[in-house]
Ligand binder design. Structure first.
Ligand SMILES: NC(=O)c1ccc[n+]([C@@H]2O[C@H](COP(=O)([O-])OP(=O)(O)OC[C@H]3O[C@@H](n4cnc5c(N)ncnc54)[C@H](O)[C@@H]3O)[C@@H](O)[C@H]2O)c1
Length: 341
């Protein structure tokens, strides 16, 4: 199950539903050394699948093992901060699953701690390593779409219903990280409304509609839900010259570029003639696919080797947590627009 041995020893802390994918990837990269999980059932599964790997319930064994230089934190979101802090304090480089923390102040402490100790801190903003997002970023940066005016991000499905965090904290990190990466700027304001239908006593929102403001009047609309009949993973980018759609559920047209636009006519003689609408070709760029998580794991190992931050570094994780926190405040205050901390 393991690939050629890597020079870096990695522990995966939290090897459940998602963490098992980190286990698989770091094993394939020859870097997996230890799997740490509190659940006996999870440990038993991994002990059978990875007989050469240490499997433990004790975080202390990870902290004390000098052969482990780096660790992944894929525990449930409320424990990200404490587990990541312990690992950084023990001198490990750390990749924390999204969200980096559930409070901006905690995310800030992790970033500061990593900087003080000279440790790598990365965050599991998986989609920044998606080949289509990379291509879209190159297209935007080359000016092909013109000025980016706004984005619409939709991440919907039926389930997975979480009990520790709401749909905003669970799903929106992906969209906020994509929008922030594509726009090349941190969000400034968030206004969010949501609905609580399944876990009303706990007040956990199942659906959320947010308007996220960026500098220079740019906007992202983020709609996330785990209570929707249709699996949707879609990002629309509207530019002044062209428009693009990233549809991650499409098997063969994940990226479409629309030569469509509209421009005001300064010398219009009537209201109807005031805007010229243009409709041209739709192009589907050929993008060579690769597993985004594999690329995220490779980028983390590269950061550990070179000591250079990846595009999903702690600071990008912090910007997303701050926007999440502003959105949570707005949700609690009936949709009032909240400045990002
Ligand atoms: N990047 C992505 O696309 C993506 C997708 C799914 C989940 N996630 C993130 O991954 C994280 C885990 O989600 P999941 O769905 O795998 O949850 P999960 O509940 O299936 O797994 C969490 C595991 O962590 C273990 N655990 C909890 N606290 C621990 C501790 N202190 N020490 C050791 N083990 C501990 C639990 O026993 C469990 O096996 C969450 O933060 C989630 O947001 C990311």
């Amino acid at each position: 199950m393991s690939g050629a041995a890597s020079d870096i020893g990695v522990a995966v802390v939290g090897a459940g539903g998602w963490g098992k994918n980190h286990v698989r990837n770091f094993a394939a990269l020859g870097a997996l050394r230890t799997i740490c999980d509190q659940s006996e059932a999870v440990r038993a599964r991994h002990a059978e699948a990875y007989p050469e790997t240490t499997v433990t319930a004790e975080l202390g064994r990870v902290l004390e093992d000098p052969a482990i230089q780096a660790a992944v934190v894929a525990t449930d979101a409320p424990s990200h901060f404490e587990v990541a802090r312990a690992l950084l304090e023990a001198g490990k480089d750390v990749l924390v699953e999204k969200p980096l923390a559930l409070r901006g102040a905690d995310a800030e402490r992790l970033v500061a701690l990593a900087e003080e100790r000279g440790r790598v801190l990365s965050v599991g903003h998986l989609l920044l390593f998606h080949p289509v997002v990379e291509r879209l970023k190159a297209i935007i940066d080359a000016g092909e779409l013109g000025e980016v005016l706004y984005l619409v991000c939709r991440r919907l499905n039926l389930g997975v219903v979480r009990h520790e965090e709401n749909a905003w904290w669970s799903l929106a990190p992906h969209d906020l990280s994509i929008a922030t990466y594509l726009l090349g700027a941190d969000p400034t304001h968030v206004a969010a409304t949501g609905g609580t239908f399944l876990q009303t006593d706990a007040g956990i929102e199942d659906v959320c509609f947010a308007t996220v403001r960026y500098p220079a009047g740019r906007l992202a609309h983020v709609h996330v839900s785990w209570l929707d009949p249709h699996k949707t993973r879609m990002t629309t980018v509207v530019g002044s010259k062209k428009m693009a759609v990233f549809d991650d559920t499409s098997p063969d047209q994940k990226l479409r570029i629309y030569d469509k636009g509209a421009e005001p006519l300064p010398e219009a003689i009537s209201y109807e003639q005031g805007v010229r609408v243009r409709t041209g070709d739709i192009v589907v760029p050929a993008v060579r696919m690769a597993e985004p998580l594999r690329r995220e794991c490779e980028a983390f190992l590269e950061s550990v080797r070179t000591r250079q931050p990846s595009r999903a570094d702690g600071r990008s994780g912090l910007a997303v947590v701050r926007a999440l926190e502003a959105g949570a405040k707005s949700l609690a205050e009936g949709g009032r627009e909240v400045a990002v901390g």
